[in-house]
Design a protein around this ligand. Structure first.
Ligand code: DAV
Length: 381
């Protein structure tokens, strides 16, 4: 009689963005919504059927195409010996509420990277800073429960759920923004004058770039100073570097500044780093920071809140192998010249569902340990 246990045993472990990947979560497009308006987010796409104030599921045919590309990507990873798990979508069209607020829709579960932060044997459910994404963690709970049973060393954590009352957001922010002159907008970029107040810690997991002992956190429109402070206290054995870039309402580090392998990072050619000493820090530690290639698109695709810079949104399978959106010819050529084996992945139809190849994945296991890639620190960075 066979007593073989078919379920693969989970080990949670991932310290950086490049060590050999063995187990990953790939999101699903099912039921993704153009979110109902909320203090932090407004969609205004009249030419595609969603003028300001309206909301609803993304068109079915778009969803089918995105799911096909996500499934093909999952199959490609599995064919390379990588275990792939998928989240459990909810009915994202439902109204959700807490004692403080009611929100007319949820969002989706295409981008697990936004929500799950893996550092070593720990996965943290990020706070998120949009009401429509407050309950998104539920899509990942079946997997996290399973990992918790299978890996006795897995540390399952959740950052404090934010209240997301009106005090978490600056009052009348978007109307005020529209009234600003170009000079005032410029000033706001330098002042990090984004929608979030400092009322409570907020962060998205996709604002964090991991390099062993050093974690780089984007002070973005979805991650506030308090969120970075929470991460600093939580990861007290790490060095947390708060960074920001020349971009209004930027969010998520993975289309702006991407850690590719020890000694090499890719920087957005338009969104220049604004943090004092940041580039000196990389240089001092013998890291090369290269500007990304020209992206394939000139503008946001229809119904997408993600920019053409998803060209940078790549998944590194090991320090020599990188998955890149197949439409990004120039970016693939650049990676080729930088010595990577490039794996082209058809992914353009996924963007309206919340991102590219990095967004669509969350690490569970990469080989390797926590290393110090930045032995030379700079005071004040
Ligand atoms: O810059 O377009 C992409 C979102 C990545 N999670 C951008 C953000």
């Amino acid at each position: 009689m066979s007593t073989e246990n078919k379920s693969p045993k989970t080990v949670v472990n991932s310290w950086n963005e490049w060590d050999p990947l063995k187990h990953v979560i790939v999101g699903r497009a099912d039921g993704t919504m153009v979110q109902a308006p909320e203090p932090s987010t407004e969609r205004d796409w009249p030419e595609h059927g969603f003028p300001l104030g309206t909301y609803g599921p993304l068109p079915r045919e778009m969803e089918a195409k995105a799911n096909e590309q996500l499934d093909n990507f999952a199959n490609l990873l599995e064919a390379r010996g990588i275990r792939v798990d998928r989240p459990a979508p909810l009915d994202f069209s439902q109204t959700v509420q807490t004692p403080d607020w009611e929100q007319k829709s949820m969002f989706g579960c295409m981008p697990p990277r936004d929500l799950l932060l893996t550092v070593g044997n720990e996965i943290i459910e990020a706070t998120m800073s949009q009401r429509s994404r407050w309950f998104e963690y539920l899509c990942y709970r079946p997997l996290l429960e399973q990992y918790f049973k299978e890996d006795p060393f897995f540390r399952w954590e959740a950052a404090p759920k934010p209240r997301l009352t009106d005090e978490t957001y600056k009052a009348d922010y978007w109307r005020q923004w529209e009234k600003k002159s170009p000079e005032e907008k410029e000033k706001a970029i330098y002042a990090h004058d984004w929608i979030l107040t400092e009322k409570e810690p907020c962060f998205d997991a996709a604002d964090i770039g991991r390099a062993g002992k050093d974690l780089f956190v984007y002070h973005s429109s979805v991650t506030n100073r308090a969120g970075i402070d929470w991460l600093r206290r939580h990861f007290s054995n790490h060095r947390i570097h708060s960074i920001w870039f020349y971009e209004a309402h930027g969010f998520h580090i993975d289309a702006t500044f991407v850690l590719l392998r020890p000694g090499l990072a890719l920087s957005n050619r338009k969104r220049k780093p604004l943090t004092p000493h940041m580039l000196d820090f990389f240089k001092k530690n013998d890291w090369e920071v290269v500007e990304c290639a020209k992206p394939a698109l000139d503008d946001y695709p229809p119904l997408s809140f993600c920019s053409p810079w998803l060209s940078m949104n790549t998944l590194v399978l090991d320090p020599k192998t990188i998955c890149v959106d197949a439409q990004e010819i120039e970016q693939m050529e650049q990676f080729d010249k930088l010595g990577f084996e490039v794996v082209p992945v058809e992914f353009a139809d996924v963007s309206p569902f919340g991102g590219g190849l990095h967004c669509a994945t969350a690490d569970v296991y990469r080989e390797g340990t926590c290393e110090d890639y930045f032995p030379h620190q700079i005071e004040g960075f």
